[in-house]
Design a protein around this ligand. Structure first.
Ligand SMILES: [Ca+2]
Ligand SMILES: [Zn+2]
Ligand SMILES: [Zn+2]
Length: 282
């Protein structure tokens, strides 16, 4: 790690996040009310963006990113972990031009591990609860690495800590996202269980990752082939509206003044589908 990287990591590049809610019994309260207090545990520097003029916006400057899982948790089978981590990466590859590949050698961009307490960096974990995981912003060496506290009970359900949700959040950091103040966002700094069946990136997180890397051009092309063909208009509209990945890109389709309109981020744009220019509109 270069000195600059070392400094940046200490200066707030590592995001300590996803503190679990700590349930405390209020002593001496006659009503015996149990209050839930959320303990805020973040990186040492409260405003990470203060450092951006030193480090620039940290993002990967390539579209194929490799990862390696070097230590597994015993809470799940190895194949459950592999599948869940792949699923977490896919949330991002669905909506950006990024592709992710699991590798088993030292060339990996992102190292993922499960380990308790001291695990090789300056941020030892804290035992059960509290900090669940942390990850580094994109960069060389430790950049992008994601560490999971193996004193937590990792699960694929709502019991314990759901690995898909935490991995998706940490990968957000590994790709360059900071925390969000919005409690509905995946990048909110505290763990909130939500049902993970059919889970996709919340809109805010999708927009933020697309602002860094752009939209998934393959998906755009896929959307537009519907229009280039000779399908009846109603069928085109119904396919596009229900096409999961099109919807994830933020596309909306409607008809107006006899034309089919496609919009991205609610800005209506009328385009002639035959000329294929639609793929370039912003
Ligand atoms: Ca912990
Ligand atoms: Zn975080
Ligand atoms: Zn660590």
């Amino acid at each position: 790690m270069s000195l600059v990287d070392f400094w940046v990591v200490l200066g707030g590049c590592l995001t300590v996040c996803l503190a679990a809610p700590i349930v405390t019994q209020e002593a001496g309260n006659p009503a015996q009310v149990t209050s839930v207090e959320v303990k805020t545990l973040r990186c040492g520097v409260p405003d990470v963006s203060n450092y951006e003029h030193f480090s620039g916006t940290r993002k990967w400057e390539k579209n194929l990113i490799t990862y390696r899982i070097t230590r597994y948790t015993s809470d799940l089978t190895q194949s459950q972990v592999d599948t869940t981590i792949a699923q977490a990466f896919q949330l991002y590859s669905d909506v950006t031009p990024l592709d992710f590949r699991q590798v088993h050698d030292d060339t990996a961009d992102i190292i993922i591990l499960f380990q308790a307490r001291f695990h090789g960096d300056f941020y030892p974990f804290d035992g059960p609860d509290g900090v669940l995981a942390h990850a580094y912003k994109p960069g060389p060496s430790d950049g992008g690495d994601a560490h999971f506290d193996d004193d937590e009970t990792w699960s694929l359900t709502e019991t314990g800590v759901n690995l898909l949700l935490v991995a998706a959040h940490e990968i957000g950091h590994s790709l360059g996202l900071d925390h969000s103040d919005d409690s509905q966002a995946l990048m909110f700094g505290h763990y909130n269980y939500v049902n993970t069946i059919g889970y996709r990136l919340p809109d805010q997180d999708r927009r933020r990752i697309q602002a860094l890397y752009g939209v998934n051009n393959n998906i755009m092309a896929c959307c537009f082939t519907f229009f280039a063909g000779r399908m009846p208009r109603q069928q085109i509209i119904s396919i596009t509206k229900t096409h999961r990945t099109c919807a994830q890109q933020g596309f909306v389709v409607t008809t107006a003044r006899g034309k089919i309109c496609v919009s991205l981020n609610q800005t209506w744009a009328q385009e002639a589908f035959a000329n294929q220019q639609i793929g370039h509109h912003k």
